[in-house]
Design a protein around this ligand. Sequence first.
Ligand SMILES: NC(=O)c1ccc[n+]([C@@H]2O[C@H](COP(=O)([O-])OP(=O)(O)OC[C@H]3O[C@@H](n4cnc5c(N)ncnc54)[C@H](O)[C@@H]3O)[C@@H](O)[C@H]2O)c1
Length: 263
Amino acid sequence: METGLAKKTVIVTGGASNIGRAISLAFAKEGANVVITDIDEVGGKRVASQANALGKGGVYKAVKLDVTKIADVEATIKKIVDEFGRIDVLVNVVGWDNVVLFKDTTPDFWDKVIEVNYRTYLNCVKSVLPYMIDQKCGSVVSIASDAGRLGEVRESVYSGAKGAVIATSKAIAKEVGRYGIRLNTVCPGMTIPKTEEVGETSMWKGAEGFFSGEMLEKIKKNYPLGRIGTGEDTANAVVFLASDAASFITGQTLSVSGGFSMI
Ligand SMILES: NC(=O)c1ccc[n+]([C@@H]2O[C@H](COP(=O)([O-])OP(=O)(O)OC[C@H]3O[C@@H](n4cnc5c(N)ncnc54)[C@H](O)[C@@H]3O)[C@@H](O)[C@H]2O)c1
């Protein structure tokens, strides 16, 4: 399969940890130039140097960026275009949640979940579109969750925010298909990082050892394929959807969750 990603410019938000880290490294393996944006600059630099060590000849850059701030997102995107000349792929990975019953949530918590999972997506897509429209091509892949397709207990607001990412991607895909721009969404299954894959500001930080062997066995039973997902599982699907091999695929939602959801 020809991905056509060598020398392409790829921006990954939340690339310093777990799933975003795996996605950044997967694009690096394809020979793409990868800009790893994250509030965790140290983690971003670590991933950039791991990408460099793969020896595929791309340019790997870590940029400190809080994607909740649209002015900062726009300024960073402009700098990236000034440096690389174009933006071929945006991967929206940033997200966050805390598991709690809806009856116990607060409006401040709703605001944070909506801001980190949905507003960040809007900020980034809005900021890259003018460049992609000028180029008459581009691909956006966003990480949602099966929670956004099924609704998940103790993740009510997160389910809604991820559902919004899925629906908005379809709507924008209909608007910008005429410019050769594609938007697709990937929904990972539970993806528990190894300690060395956890960034400083990851939602998994401090959760090392939280899951006992017994709990993990119970979790695995939810998945017909009988195992927990890895960042690479999701990264492979993202690379495919971003690539030339998926040039006739847009507005789609792909679960990479071992059969947890079959929609
Ligand atoms: N891990 C899972 O089990 C799982 C399952 C389904 C969906 N997801 C989704 O996958 C994505 C990645 O999850 P993960 O497990 O890798 O999380 P993670 O917390 O390990 O990584 C998220 C990264 O985003 C960064 N980030 C957070 N807020 C930011 C902001 N405002 N600006 C810039 N960077 C910011 C963090 O610093 C971190 O490096 C999220 O959207 C999550 O909702 C995860």
